[in-house]
Design a protein around this ligand. Structure first.
Ligand code: PAF
Length: 282
């Protein structure tokens, strides 16, 4: 497997490999890979001539230094998981210095307000960090298609907006959420949960699914009240937010409008591990 730690070497290699018609699929990750990441890699390998996976724990998207410090990292295990999918995948695992060249700061973006809701409200600066790194990685890899998981639905909308506003020649492919047997959405952060907490965390999806059923005959407000109540019964969990929003604009649903697509979004703490999940309500 080809592994690059420097952007210049990766760019030279891709230039030498790429012919006029060849396509590059790109899967950006922060490592601690799981089956969800592997499903993105499989799709990229099936759809492109070349697949590049990046592993980079991006400091500018963490608003909480403890979260950055505790973010799980295991490059050797990740390499094996990538090789399991295909030894032809190219891995880019750069250093912070290679990416930020001594200036670990985010670019400021205008995502037409998408950045101020939910994750953006509770994690100030997060989406400027995401926009900065994804744009930089796109400039290095120059992908034809880039693959993102639906679990980070708001991130996907932000990346799409960034691509549109900067006229970047890349197609964003959104892949379904991969879940554990108890329906806990797969996430690198799950590694920080004990087995028992992982088991209990299945309740997040159960409540989301319950909210979907409630929303059929109830307002967004009533549905949110029900969700808050359910979490109050589960003392090991602290609900940070539950929100029903328009899928496209991410504006809060205050009154249901026929034919609009709605989605529920949730962020929950188990001890100090923060998990997010989402479900389509249509
Ligand atoms: O979703 C992630 O893992 C990260 O936000 C991403 C897209 C790799 C950017 O650092």
């Amino acid at each position: 497997m080809q592994i690059f730690n420097r952007k210049a070497a990766l760019m030279d290699y891709l230039t030498s490999k790429k012919t006029t018609n060849s396509s590059i699929g790109f899967v950006p990750t922060m490592g601690a890979l799981h089956k969800g990441h592997q499903s993105l890699m499989i799709q990229s390998v099936n759809e492109n001539d070349i697949t590049v996976v990046s592993i980079f724990v991006n400091p500018t998207q963490f608003n909480n230094p403890e979260d950055l410090e505790k973010y799980p990292r295991d490059l050797d295990a990740d390499i094996l998981k990538i090789q399991d999918i295909s030894p032809n995948i190219i891995l880019f695992a750069p250093t912070v210095e290679d990416i930020y060249e001594g200036k670990i700061i985010s670019q400021s973006f205008d995502f037409d307000g998408l950045e101020n809701k939910m994750e953006g409200k509770f994690r100030p600066g997060h989406f400027d960090g995401v926009g900065t790194i994804v744009k930089r990685l796109f400039e290095i890899v120059n992908p034809t298609k880039a693959y993102f998981g639906e679990k980070d639905f708001q991130q996907v909308q932000i990346v799409k907006k960034m691509v549109e506003k900067n006229h970047l020649p890349v197609t964003i492919v959104v892949c379904p959420i991969y879940r554990e047997i108890n329906n806990l959405a797969m996430s690198s952060r799950n590694e920080r949960l004990t087995l028992q907490q992982k088991e209990e965390a299945g309740v997040i999806y159960k409540i989301l699914n319950g909210a979907k059923a409630k929303f059929v005959n109830n307002s967004a407000k009533k549905t949110a009240e029900w969700v808050t109540n359910e979490f109050e019964k589960n003392k090991n969990f602290t609900l940070e937010y539950f929100e029903i929003a328009d899928e496209e604009t991410l504006s809060t649903c205050t009154r249901k409008v026929k034919n609009k697509k709605y989605r529920a979004f949730i962020a929950v703490f188990i001890n100090n591990v923060r998990l997010i999940d989402t479900i389509s309500l249509n």
